[in-house]
Design a protein around this ligand. Structure first.
Ligand code: ADP
Ligand code: MG
Length: 702
């Protein structure tokens, strides 16, 4: 508790402060700009410099102190600027960072205090007028009675107030809308930033109210600091008020966090070490080993995750087209193959990482949604999902195959344009989702089935699949050597866990020492903090493609699509997988590989790194495709390819089933109408083909 300051003393201090720190001369300009600008900012660090007690008193009694300050301002408004009954909003800004509190640490002692909290905006309602003061007509005497409004329910006068010229009776009142005084009002909710969370914790949330000129400036996905007065209101349950209170922040001012300020600013010593590590011939190995070392194997996947963190270069072309630099990776595999583990690890390691499941219960799902619920008090609320909250970071999306309908339709935009548009009722918003996506999906039938086609087992629409730069398939087939090495790895991991506990408790004997020293491979080569700084630092590099690297990628692309030997049918079906879109993926991977070495040029070795990943990836796909296609007669496979080839692309005119049949039939006489119908049905169900007009078909845009 700070020493109470009497009212007259408070006024004197405000007057002195506003004079000494030259606020009064600025007041004139502020008043002139009214009502276009309606705020007057007070710098907290100056308040603190003026008097520590004064600032502390403000923090503990913000209502009294800010109201007193506002009254002083009123005394100094130049004549004919601000009308009677209106006011400039006094906003306290520049609270030092060390005063910020974490949402989860807010307690009842903070209620009524001026606090600062950092967060990520996950909900925003529409801006709507809110009644500030109502004028009511008395049914008994007809007098007009004013009543200030607070809270969410309409408050009528308790009686016909005599001091307003009324009759004093407790009677009926009717609101006169024309005489109502409104204020813009908006409600938001913030949640803790992921960096502040311990692994797996649910982020704590805090609703906040914005009024007047603060409204309409914040969007879902923003990172910011809110400064304001912490209020509490009784929680409602089934229309009844309860004795449990919810917290709410009445915002006085806010600061948007700028994206270009890096949270992981390396020190000069860090930078020296980063440059040294970048020259290590084992760099790639060291980086890869730093991803989920408790998981055995999967080196290509881990390497892909490393590249994803460094990411390619986002470019804007001359014609304004934006090409993403973010790399999207999909892990498609049998259950129990450590997919979720790797996703969680990547989310905790990547700057602005976010982990979410496609199965998530929230209305926003993975993308965003407009909902009308209790939070919005009857208004529309825009709720941001993981891809928006991970803007400028990495979104780890588990169980992608379980995502709901709303997400399915907005995922393309989120992955390619990296924004999400919501147009519903009063909400028209475009949210940014400039993040790389590391997703995992399980096969549709629980496990991979050898005799079914790959695409059929993946419950994700093909256009969405094509947005992934790399798709890894993980099969959990029994294999003596692999099983033994994984089992032993898991066991040693647990042994090491026990040994670490014993060591912490100072109970390390010879066995403990031996286990700890022989299981160093479980320790990430780079500790997480250093790796984050390394990545943030490397991402500032814009590597330029060299001719050598360009030529390598070009040749690889051409050779993949036009193999020297006659293509087998399974290779043929793979050609569809390798398109110009994958070329962009290769470029991104090569750029990321160059960044990892802090190289300002994308060189031959970077192109090779990208090509090697791709070759492994295509081979894995090829193996699966081979297993699948061998189950189906070859002639049938080729008929299928002919039919699929007869369907017009998205940029062509849609045609009828008969026309598709005619085209296919002219190429292969064995094609039947029945087959065409079946394939079209199947492709429509999977979202690969659609009917822009009834009975006319074409492919959905990839
Ligand atoms: P998924 O999400 O693929 O179904 P999980 O991530 O839930 O699988 O993994 C199941 C468990 O099996 C995890 O505890 C994981 O540590 C373990 N596990 C699976 N594969 C490996 C591996 N290669 N090395 C170490 N542990 C593994
Ligand atoms: Mg899982």
């Amino acid at each position: 508790m700070v020493r109470p300051i009497p009212d007259n003393e408070l006024r004197r201090m405000w007057e002195e402060f506003l004079t000494d720190y030259e606020y009064l001369p600025r007041l004139e300009a502020a008043a002139d700009a009214y009502p276009d600008k309606r705020s007057f900012e007070i710098d907290a660090s100056e308040l603190q410099e003026y008097s520590m007690d004064f600032l502390e008193y403000l923090v503990e009694n913000p209502d009294t102190v800010i109201t007193a300050g506002q009254q002083i301002l009123r005394d100094y408004y130049p004549p004919d600027t601000i009308p009677e009954g209106e006011d400039l909003n006094m906003r306290v800004v520049g609270i030092p960072k060390k005063e910020y509190v974490a949402i989860r640490d807010l307690r009842s002692k903070d209620i009524g205090h001026f606090i600062s909290v950092e967060g990520l905006v996950n909900k925003v309602t529409e801006v709507r007028p809110k009644l500030l003061e109502g004028t009511f007509k008395c049914h008994s005497c007809g007098a007009y009675i004013r009543q200030r409004q607070e809270g969410t329910e309409l408050r009528k006068p308790a009686k016909c107030y005599e001091n307003q010229g009324g009759c004093g009776k407790q009677t009926y009142f009717t609101l006169i809308p024309n005489l109502a005084v409104f204020q813009d009002y908006q409600r938001i909710e913030i949640q803790e930033i992921p960096e502040g969370l311990r692994g797996g914790d649910q982020p704590a949330r805090l609703p906040a109210n914005l009024v007047d000129d603060l409204t309409g400036k914040i969007s879902a996905g923003d990172r910011l600091v809110l400064h304001g007065i912490l209020r509490s209101s009784p929680r409602k349950s089934g229309g009844q008020l309860t004795t449990t209170f919810d917290l709410l922040l009445e915002v006085n001012s806010f600061e948007l966090e700028r994206h270009d300020i890096d949270e992981f600013e390396p020190t000069p010593e860090d930078i020296e070490r980063i440059h040294k590590e970048a020259k290590d011939p084992d760099l790639y190995k060291n980086l890869t080993q730093s991803i989920s070392p408790t998981i055995k194997g999967y080196d290509e996947i881990k390497w892909a995750i490393v590249l994803q963190m460094f990411s390619g270069v986002t470019k804007v072309m001359d014609d304004g087209t934006r090409v993403r630099g973010d790399i999207h990776v999909l892990l498609f595999g049998d259950p129990g193959t450590a997919k979720s583990q790797m996703l969680r690890y990547a989310a905790s390691l990547a700057p602005r990482g976010m982990y979410a499941s496609g199965r998530s219960a929230s209305a926003a799902g993975l993308t965003a949604a407009a909902v009308k619920d209790e939070f919005g008090e009857g208004r529309w609320t825009l709720e941001a999902g993981a891809l928006v909250l991970a803007d400028m970071g990495l979104a780890a999306i588990d169980e992608l195959d379980k995502m709901d309908k709303n997400d399915r339709s907005s995922m393309h935009e989120a992955m390619e344009q990296q924004s999400i548009t919501v147009n519903k009722a009063g909400i028209n918003a475009t949210l940014q989702s400039r993040c790389s996506i590391l997703a995992a999906a399980n096969p549709k039938f629980g496990r991979f089935i050898r005799k079914k086609e790959l695409l059929e087992q993946l419950d994700i629409p093909a256009p969405l699949l094509s947005r992934f730069d790399l798709i890894f398939t993980i099969k959990d087939n029994p294999d003596v050597d692999r099983d033994r090495s994984i089992a032993s790895h898991i066991l040693i991991g647990h042994q090491r866990g026990e040994a670490r506990l014993l060591e912490e408790m100072n109970m390390a004997d010879g066995d403990v020492q031996r286990i700890l020293s022989t299981s160093e491979e479980f320790k990430p080569h780079f500790e997480a903090d250093f790796l984050k700084k390394y990545i943030a630092y490397a991402k500032k590099v814009i590597p330029l493609f060299t001719e050598e690297a360009r030529k390598k990628l070009e040749d690889f692309y051409v050779n993949q699509r036009n193999p020297a030997s006659a293509p087998s049918e399974e290779e043929d079906s793979l050609k569809a997988v390798f398109t110009a879109r994958q070329m962009e993926g290769l470029i991104r991977l090569a750029e990321a590989a160059a960044r990892a070495r802090l190289s300002h040029r994308v060189e031959g070795i970077d192109a090779d790194a990208a090509i090697n990943l791709y070759t492994d990836y295509l081979k894995a796909l090829g193996d699966l495709a081979f297993e699948a296609t061998t189950a189906v007669p070859r002639s049938q496979v080729s008929r299928r390819l002919v039919i699929e080839g007869a369907i017009p692309g998205d940029d062509e005119e849609a045609i009828s089933m008969q026309d598709i049949y005619d085209r296919a039939h002219s190429e292969n006489e064995e094609v039947s109408m029945d087959e065409v119908r079946k394939i079209l049905e199947n492709m429509s169900q999977n979202g690969i083909v659609y009917e822009p007009k009834r009975g006319r078909y074409k492919r959905a845009a990839w």
